[in-house]
Design a protein around this ligand. Structure first.
Ligand code: RIB
Ligand code: CA
Length: 371
């Protein structure tokens, strides 16, 4: 006599089989000191992240690409040039996408990051002569820098276009992307901003051969700072970068508080940047991820199954599972085989980071940002 508990047991058996052949766990991975390229829609938390990355002594930053997201592509580019100049540095900068792949551009980032993306901290910058082929720049970086990590702090439009135009160069490249949510959302109740801004881009990334690591809202919302304290400590840097970050972060926090997010402040991109260099601080797990691309109520929602029971309904529709259920009580039916066959139809397509070690991330962030 088949009982519901048998279904659970069947899934458990399949789970044991699959885990036995799963990729090695992520635990214990050392900090990758390989080269990085940063793709950014530089808004305020991007600026914190990039400043932290600029201060990492043993990481080679081979360049930056800019993308529309928090602000327009041109504002993002001028913001990046403003920040890099304030830091007294120079890097290759390539201007990227001004619009998402398919949907219309959201302009709601201005409510959190200001009309220029940095709450008026942007300075005049000549972007006219910059290269404008960000997909080519990402692919070239992958070719020329073995072991490259692409750190994507905004919508994935440039990365998706690079995959389409240069699939062989992008295959196998490590992508650490801030985006998605297993539960909740920060642009809508069910969508995180970067994925909401360009859901088609995430769909293309998930279908690619890149090594995708998604730092989700579930993880980055765990990493929060005392805003007044951070602003004071940024001011005490006594340099142009500290002044820029203190000014823009102050307005960013006030804007969030106006939206009812009082108290501690999340620093999403900074958390993702620290994870990119210290992956042991995140609980990366293999998952099947799908994304809603139509421009409706659930635009940009990411459906994330990191356990076997949830993978099955993401792969088989109700008609198929109902037919299985009809047979489940028939003597001789082999539920294990049926469920196993379903699971093997769609392998996992990403590593998702749903948890971060807040204390360790903040210690590293504040150690290197606030001299
Ligand atoms: O959801 C947070 C993300 O959206 C961050 O990258 C922030 O800069 C915005 O782009
Ligand atoms: Ca960003």
């Amino acid at each position: 006599m088949f009982r519901p508990g048998h279904l659970i047991a069947a899934i458990a058996l399949v789970a044991i089989a699959l885990v036995a052949f799963a990729a090695p766990t992520q635990a214990g991975r050392k900090q990758p000191t390989g080269p990085i390229i940063v793709d950014t829609d530089i808004g305020v938390d991007d600026a914190l992240a990039i400043t932290w990355l600029l201060g990492q002594p043993n990481v080679e930053i081979v360049g930056f690409t800019t993308v529309v997201g928090n602000t327009s592509g041109d504002h993002a580019t001028r913001n990046l040039l403003t920040l890099v100049a304030a830091a007294g540095e120079q890097y290759p900068v390539t201007v990227g996408a001004a619009d998402p792949l398919e949907l219309s551009r959201t302009r709601t980032g201005a409510l959190i990051h200001g009309p220029d993306g940095l709450w008026f901290a942007q300075r005049p910058a000549d972007i006219a002569g910059l290269p404008t082929d960000a997909p080519a720049a990402l692919a070239a970086a992958a070719r020329e820098h073995p072991g490259l990590t692409i750190v994507a702090l905004g919508p994935l439009t440039n990365v998706a276009r690079a995959i389409a135009a240069y699939p062989a160069d992008m295959a196998g490249v490590r992508l650490v992307a801030l985006g998605g949510a297993q539960r909740g959302g920060n642009r809508t109740p069910v969508a995180e901003f970067n994925i909401y801004a360009d859901p088609d881009a995430l769909a293309a990334v998930l279908a690619s051969d890149m090594q995708v690591e998604l730092v989700t809202l579930d993880a980055f919302s765990q990493v929060t700072v005392n805003p007044e304290q951070l602003i004071r400590r940024l001011g005490r840097r006594g340099d142009a970068v500290g002044a820029l970050l203190a000014q823009s972060f102050g307005a960013y926090v006030r804007a969030q508080q106006m939206q009812g997010e009082a108290g501690r402040a999340a620093i999403p991109d900074a958390a993702a940047a620290v994870y990119a260099l210290y992956p042991d601080l995140g609980g990366a797990q293999s998952a099947l991820v799908k994304v809603v691309v139509d421009d409706g109520l659930a635009r940009g929602q990411t459906v994330i199954a990191a356990d076997l029971a949830n993978r099955i309904p993401m792969i088989a529709d109700d008609a198929e599972l109902s037919a299985l259920a009809d047979q489940a009580f028939t003597p001789g039916s082999d539920m294990n085989a049926a469920l196993g066959a379903i699971l093997l139809r769609e392998p996992d397509n990403a590593q998702v980071i749903l948890d971060l070690d807040e204390g360790a991330v903040l210690r590293l962030f504040e150690r290197d940002l606030l001299r």
